[in-house]
Design a protein around this ligand. Structure first.
Ligand code: PEP
Ligand code: MG
Length: 570
C-alpha cells in the first residue's frame, strides 16, 4: 500500500490495529429549564477532562520528555479556552442543544476554523481541539476513552489517526512504526514519529480495513510504502536496507560539528526554522548554526487579546538565550487574510493570499507593530537577533517599517532599556515584485531571505494549498529559479548576503543549484540539516556553479529535475 512518507526509516514488526469505539452523539433539544443543569454537566466533564490530561501529561513527560508533556498543558488550556467555552455555552443557552451536541458542534466549528489556516503548523491545532473535545464528550457519556498504554511488545500501530493523547500514552520502546488512514506530513502523528525517529506512513485511506492485529508488516517510511504479510525475501531485503539506513544515520551524526563546506572550501551556513522557543532543543540537536526563520505568529494565535510587550520580550529572550549567541532571524508578524485571529477584526477576504496580511497589516496597525519591534529589540540584548519583515512588495514598506523600528529604538533609549544597537534588518523575498527590484531593496536592508513557499505560489499563480493544482506548484520552474538567482546576485553586488527559509532549501536537488548560485544561508526543518550538510560536503563549489549554469539553460521543469537528480543521487 502507498501513502504519505511522513517519517523515514524501515520497520518490520507485527501489526496492532488500534480502533476507537465509534461514538455517536445523541443530539437532542433541551427545555429552557434544563439550561443550568446542562451547563453544570459540562462543567463537571471539563474538570474530569483536565484531571485526566494532567495525569497523561505527567506520564508523557516521564516517558517522552518535557516537550511531549507540554502538549498537555496546551490541551488543559484548550479545555478552558474562552472561544470554545463561548461556543459551547451559546449552543446550550441560545440553540437549546444538549451537552454532548453542544460540545460536538463547538468542536466542529473551531477545528474547521483552524483547518482554514494555510500555515501547516497552525492548521494542526485543529487536531488538538478535536482531541480535547472528544475527551470531553467521552466524559459526558461516562465512557472510558481507549488508549495505547497497555502495549508491551514490539508492534506497528495501525489506526485511523493518532492524536496527541494516543501517542503520549504509548511506550515508545515498543512502537516500531505508525501507519494510518488519515494524516499528512505535518499532522501530529507525523511530527511525533519524526521526533521519536519512528518510521511512519500516513494517509493510507483504508489500512485499518486491510490489516488485522498480528499480521506481519514492513513500513518503508521514506518511500511511503507498507508491505502486508511480506515473504521471506522481502523481509531479508528490507532488513538489509534497514541496517544500511542505520549506518547512514550514524555517518550523518559524525557531521554534527563539522562545517557546511564544499570540497574546495566554499562555506555556507545551515540554520533551522522554528515556530516556538521549544523548537530550539531540536535545532541544536541537529547542529543548526542559527535560526534562519523564527515564525512569531504562534504567540498571537489561539488567545483573546494581543500579547503584551513584556510577554513577547520573555518569549523572544528565551530564543535569544537558548541559541547561545548563534544568530536568530525573528520574522515580524505574518498574519491576516487566511489566518484567523478573532481579536484582530480581520475581515473575510475574497483573495486572502493577495490580501491584508503580514507587513501590510502591521503598517496599518502601527502600535501593534511597534510593540513587537520593541519586544524584539529588548530581547536582542540577550543574544544575537536579527529582524526580518515578511511579504514585502514595495520599497516604501521597507522604509516605513524601518522608520517605525527607529521610533521603537528611540523610545527604548529614552526609557534607558538596553538593546543591540547594531541589530541587522532584512526582508523576506517571497513576491516576484520584490525579487525583480532586489537591487533597489538591498540598499534599505542588511540581508535577504528567500521564502520559496510563497515566491513559488505568487510567481506561478498556483495556490500552495490547493491539491488540484499541486502538480503545477514546483520551485524548479525556470521562472522561480531565475528570480532566485537574480536576488542572490543583487545582494552580493551590494556586498550583502542572501539566505533561504522556504522548503526548497532542504530539497537535495535544489541544494546543488542554490549552492551553485551562491546562496549564503540555508534554513530548514532541523531534521533535514545533516543531510543537506552531507550533500554540500560532497560537492565542489565550481561543480555546483557549473550545474546551476547548465540548469538555467533548460526550460522544462521535468528536464531540470531529472538533470539534477543525477547529481543528487551521487
Ligand atoms: C515562505 O513563504 O517560503 C516562508 C518561509 O514563509 P511561510 O511558509 O511562513 O509563509
Ligand atoms: Mg511566506
Amino acid at each position: 500500500m502507498n501513502g504519505i512518507a511522513a517519517s523515514q526509516g524501515i520497520a518490520i514488526a507485527k501489526a496492532y490495529v488500534y480502533e476507537k469505539v465509534a461514538f455517536i452523539i445523541d443530539e437532542k433539544l433541551i427545555q429552557e429549564a434544563d439550561i443550568s443543569s446542562t451547563l453544570e454537566r459540562i462543567e463537571a466533564a471539563k474538570e474530569m477532562t483536565k484531571e485526566q490530561l494532567k495525569a497523561i501529561g505527567e506520564k508523557a513527560r516521564a516517558s517522552m520528555g518535557e516537550e511531549e508533556g507540554k502538549i498537555f498543558e496546551t490541551h488543559m488550556m484548550l479545555v478552558e479556552d474562552p472561544i470554545i467555552e463561548q461556543r459551547i455555552s451559546e449552543h446550550v443557552t441560545r440553540d437549546l442543544k444538549n451537552a454532548e451536541a453542544a460540545v460536538q458542534l463547538a468542536m466542529t466549528e473551531i477545528s474547521e476554523m483552524f483547518l482554514m489556516i494555510e500555515d501547516p503548523y497552525l492548521r494542526e491545532r485543529s487536531a488538538d481541539v478535536v482531541d480535547v473535545c472528544t475527551r470531553m464528550m467521552y466524559n459526558l457519556a461516562n465512557i472510558e476513552m481507549p488508549d495505547l498504554s497497555h502495549i508491551s511488545e514490539e508492534v506497528i500501530i495501525i489506526a485511523n489517526d493518532l492524536t496527541p493523547s494516543d501517542t503520549a500514552q504509548m511506550n515508545p520502546k515498543y512502537i516500531k512504526g505508525f501507519a494510518t488512514n488519515a494524516g499528512g506530513k505535518t499532522s501530529h502523528s507525523a511530527i511525533m514519529a519524526r521526533t521519536l525517529e519512528i518510521p511512519a506512513v500516513l494517509g493510507l485511506k483504508n489500512i485499518t480495513e486491510a490489516v488485522e492485529t498480528g499480521d506481519w508488516l514492513i513500513i518503508n517510511g521514506a518511500a511511503g510504502e507498507v508491505i502486508l504479510n511480506p515473504n521471506e525475501v522481502e523481509i531479508e531485503t528490507y532488513k538489509a536496507l534497514q541496517s544500511q539506513l542505520e549506518g547512514h544515520k550514524k555517518e550523518l551524526q559524525k557531521l554534527l560539528n563539522e562545517p557546511a563546506i564544499t570540497k574546495d572550501g566554499h562555506l555556507v551556513e545551515l540554520s533551522a526554522n522554528i515556530g516556538t522557543p521549544k523548537d530550539i532543543e531540536s535545532a541544536l540537536k541537529h547542529g543548526a548554526e542559527g535560526i534562519g526563520l523564527f515564525r512569531t505568529e504562534f504567540l498571537y494565535m489561539d488567545r483573546n487579546s494581543l500579547p503584551t510587550e513584556s510577554e513577547q520580550f520573555e518569549y523572544y529572550k528565551e530564543v535569544a538565550e537558548g541559541m547561545k549567541g548563534r544568530p536568530v532571524i525573528v520574522r515580524t508578524l505574518d498574519i491576516g487574510g487566511d489566518k484567523s485571529v478573532p481579536y484582530l477584526d480581520i475581515e473575510e477576504e475574497l483573495n486572502p493570499f493577495l490580501g491584508w496580511r503580514a507587513i501590510r497589516m502591521c503598517l496599518d496597525k502601527v502600535s501593534l507593530f511597534k510593540t513587537q519591534l520593541k519586544a524584539i529589540l529588548r530581547a536582542s540584548y540577550y543574544g544575537k537577533l536579527r529582524i526580518m519583515y515578511p511579504m514585502i512588495t514595495h520599497i516604501e514598506q521597507v522604509r516605513q517599517a524601518n522608520d517605525i523600528l527607529e521610533q521603537a529604538k528611540a523610545e527604548l533609549r529614552e526609557q534607558q532599556i538596553p538593546f543591540d544597537e547594531a541589530i541587522e534588518v532584512g526582508i523576506m523575498i517571497e513576491t516576484p515584485a520584490a525579487a525583480v527590484i532586489a537591487d533597489l531593496l538591498i540598499k534599505e536592508v542588511d540581508f535577504f531571505s528567500i521564502g520559496t513557499n510563497d515566491l513559488t505560489q505568487y510567481t506561478l499563480a498556483v495556490d500552495r494549498g490547493n491539491e488540484k493544482i499541486a502538480k503545477l506548484y514546483n520551485s524548479f520552474h525556470p521562472g522561480v529559479l531565475r528570480l532566485i538567482k537574480q536576488v542572490i546576485q543583487a545582494s552580493h553586488k551590494a556586498g550583502k548576503w542572501t539566505g533561504m527559509c522556504g522548503e526548497f532549501a532542504s530539497d537535495p536537488k535544489a541544494v546543488i543549484v542554490l549552492l551553485g548560485m551562491g546562496l549564503d544561508e540555508f534554513s530548514m526543518s532541523a531534521s533535514s540539516i545533516l543531510e543537506v550538510k552531507e550533500m554540500i560536503r560532497k560537492l565542489t563549489f565550481s561543480q555546483a556553479a557549473e550545474i546551476a549554469e547548465a540548469v538555467t539553460n533548460k526550460v522544462e521543469v521535468e528536464a531540470i529535475e531529472n538533470y539534477l537528480a543525477r547529481f543528487a543521487g551521487k
